[in-house]
Ligand binder design. Structure first.
Ligand code: GUN
Length: 277
């Protein structure tokens, strides 16, 4: 049974399209990534972003601060990047170390350079269904559903997780496709009563094996956004081996949503370039 949603394949197609567009239009988009403090997972994500950018012809500028830096100096750097017309995208890698005000820092980014789609302006425009820069992981999820012909109109979609980066923007994107939503989170009682009736189940909770086979119905479409480390292995939020037996479509971890996040970042950098030029 081939019910696997191949995010690696889809991401390569997107990356190829972005590369061809950059070559055809002879443009040189630039992405600046700011990292504050040390975080092993962030190191890996940033390395992947750098490699993907360079492969398609996006210039990657990496700015690293110690966690002893003051918020004001970080903000000064963001202002410098806002004013530098050669820089098209600015991304502050999250999570920030303790003591940094995420909202305050992110909202210093000029919304037209906010390739993570996290500033007030982009969040507001997403809610109002205006064209804007949209967070990369939710974009990647929607792109996978589209590529695998999952029509969301009239479907029961259950979303587990309500983060600013994934769950909340997904609510808007799913509503736009006329999905009927239930949103579960860490304070929800009896999650199973919602997951069990879902035609499409999207899980972004950050808990390995949160979703077990008794919690889903036969034929469900599963999008697993979780990236958890179990020893040396990566796993999602879904008990893949068992749940995949009941799913009509399912994303593996790794190789599902993860590669799509990076591919959609590349698309967002080009979109930001076009908004600015
Ligand atoms: N940390 C984990 N995923 C992301 C992301 O998509 N953007 C940022 N800025 N930080 C992250």
């Amino acid at each position: 049974m081939n019910n696997i949603i191949d995010g690696t394949k889809a991401s390569f197609e997107i990356r190829k399209n972005v590369k061809e567009l950059i070559e055809r239009e002879k443009i040189q988009p630039v992405l600046a990534v700011i990292q504050i403090g040390d975080n092993k997972a962030s190191d890996v994500y940033i390395k992947n972003k750098k490699k993907a950018c360079e492969e398609v012809g996006i210039k990657f500028e990496y700015i690293k601060f110690n966690d002893t830096i003051s918020e004001n100096l970080v903000i000064n750097e963001i202002k410098r990047l806002n004013n530098d017309i050669s820089v098209n995208g600015i991304l502050v890698q999250l999570p920030l170390p303790n003591g940094f005000d995420e909202g305050k820092i992110i909202n210093e980014i000029n919304p037209v350079k906010d390739v993570d789609g996290l500033t007030y302006q982009n969040v507001g425009n997403l809610v109002l269904e205006n064209d804007c820069l949209v967070p990369c992981t939710p974009l990647g999820v929607m792109e996978l559903l589209k590529r695998y012909n999952v029509n969301l109109s009239t479907k029961n979609v259950c979303l587990v997780g309500r983060s600013n980066l994934v769950g909340k923007p997904l609510i808007q994107l799913l509503l736009k496709e006329n999905a009927t939503l239930s949103i579960c989170h860490s304070k929800s009682r009896d999650i199973k009563s919602y997951t069990k009736i879902a035609d499409v189940l999207i899980v972004a909770a950050g808990h390995p094996n949160l979703i077990t086979k008794d919690m889903v119905k036969e034929g469900v479409v599963i999008i697993d956004v979780g990236i958890n480390k179990e020893g040396n292995l990566l796993c999602g939020d879904v008990d893949y081996d068992e749940v995949s037996k009941k799913a009509s479509l399912i994303t593996p971890v790794p190789g599902g949503v993860g590669p799509m996040t990076v591919a959609c970042l590349l698309k967002n950098v080009v979109k930001a370039y076009k908004i600015q030029n």
